[in-house]
Design a protein around this ligand. Structure first.
Ligand SMILES: Nc1ncnc2c1ncn2[C@@H]1O[C@H](COP(=O)(O)OP(=O)(O)O)[C@@H](O)[C@H]1O
Ligand SMILES: [Mg+2]
Length: 317
């Protein structure tokens, strides 16, 4: 079997203030994968990524990149790994081009000028190549971070919310660039708030919550086995679900949504709770709805159901 691009075993991180950010995480990223690492705010995603990037020290656990111990063979791993951190910090006196040349040097390679030009071009930074990074907007700096992570053509690229603050058009072009890189053999581990895009791009998903893995599957499996159907019953804008009703319907995991309630109908591969049973139970508590729909869960629905957290923002496109 092929060596995994990344293997994380029992990774734990307890910060100095006593906060447990990772409570024993296992993660395996196959070579060539486009792997999503998802989780609500505070789940521990950045902690995991910063441990790989060597900016946070793990409390315990193992991490291997292509079979090499990440904590013991740092310099080898750094040459084959590109990390786009969530936080942006640049030396404001350099221009993007200079930063990319310096970064190449840090990875022990000579700057590849044509690759640097291509990166600036693909990331919409060509016009800003010789400006001071101080003059760049937040979105541009973030794209420069992406260029920086790719400048040494690493085998594994890890991106922590690379499109936060990046406008729609550039977000699309970034995704298509990532897809191309992936098709040409680069393994990608991606954290993002844009679940619709993750669903389209990624072939594997790991969801973490409270420092623990709550789902880990191929995207196809997740959408076929874990994602189920739900019943939406619309009652109008003033609709509220009382605690007693919520309790009575708890088997169907009721969730209030835009003037109605969503009730889980079971997984596609799992037990089907049956439309009639769910519908009758709901009507006996809530009355006859004005609107009845059966909907298929998307990645966002599955995410909310597994973590109990709504995304803080929906895609603003
Ligand atoms: N330097 C730190 N010191 C103490 N607690 C931290 C530190 N960094 C992150 N945390 C806490 O660890 C948890 C995980 O944070 P983080 O890894 O940033 O999650 P995510 O990236 O999934 O939002 C959060 O509860 C966060 O408040
Ligand atoms: Mg984070």
């Amino acid at each position: 079997m092929n060596e995994a691009a990344l293997q994380v075993l029992g990774l734990r991180k307890v910060y100095a203030n006593g906060k447990t950010a990772l409570a024993g995480v296992d993660l395996q990223v196959a070579q060539g994968a486009f792997h999503a690492l998802l989780g609500p705010n505070g789940a521990g995603k950045s902690t995991l990524i910063n441990i790989l990037a060597d900016t946070v020290r793990p409390t315990s656990g193992l991490a291997k990149m292509l079979g090499r111990d990440v904590f013991r063979e740092r310099s080898w791993c750094k040459r084959h790994l590109g990390v786009v951190p969530q936080e942006v910090a640049f030396d404001p006196f350099f221009s993007p081009v200079e930063i990319l040349r310096i970064t190449s040097g840090l990875f022990g390679c000579r700057p590849d000028e044509s690759w640097i030009r291509e990166l600036l071009e693909r990331l919409g930074l060509a016009e800003h190549a010789y400006k001071n990074t101080r003059q760049l907007s937040g979105g541009m700096r973030r794209r420069l971070l992406v260029a920086q992570a790719l400048v040494h053509r690493p085998a594994l690229v890890v991106l922590d919310e690379p499109t936060a603050g990046v406008d729609v058009e550039l977000r699309r072009s970034l995704w298509s660039f990532m897809r191309e890189l992936n098709r040409s053999g680069t393994t990608i581990l991606l954290t993002t708030h844009y679940l619709e895009e993750a669903e389209q791009l990624c072939d594997h998903v790991t969801i973490i919550d409270g420092g623990q893995v709550v789902a880990d599957r191929s995207m196809r499996e997740l959408m076929e086995v874990v994602a189920g159907r739900y019943l939406f019953l619309g009652y109008g804008d003033a609709f509220e679900l009382s605690e007693a009703d919520a309790r009575a319907l708890s088997a169907f995991r009721p969730r209030v949504m835009s003037g109605g309630v969503c009730l889980h109908l079971g997984g596609q591969g799992g037990e089907d709770l049956g439309f009639h049973r769910v519908y009758e139970a709901a009507v006996s508590r809530l009355g006859i709805p004005r609107k009845v729909e059966i909907r298929q869960e998307d990645l966002e629905d599955v995410f909310i159901r597994l973590t109990g957290h709504a995304r803080k923002e929906k895609s603003t496109s």
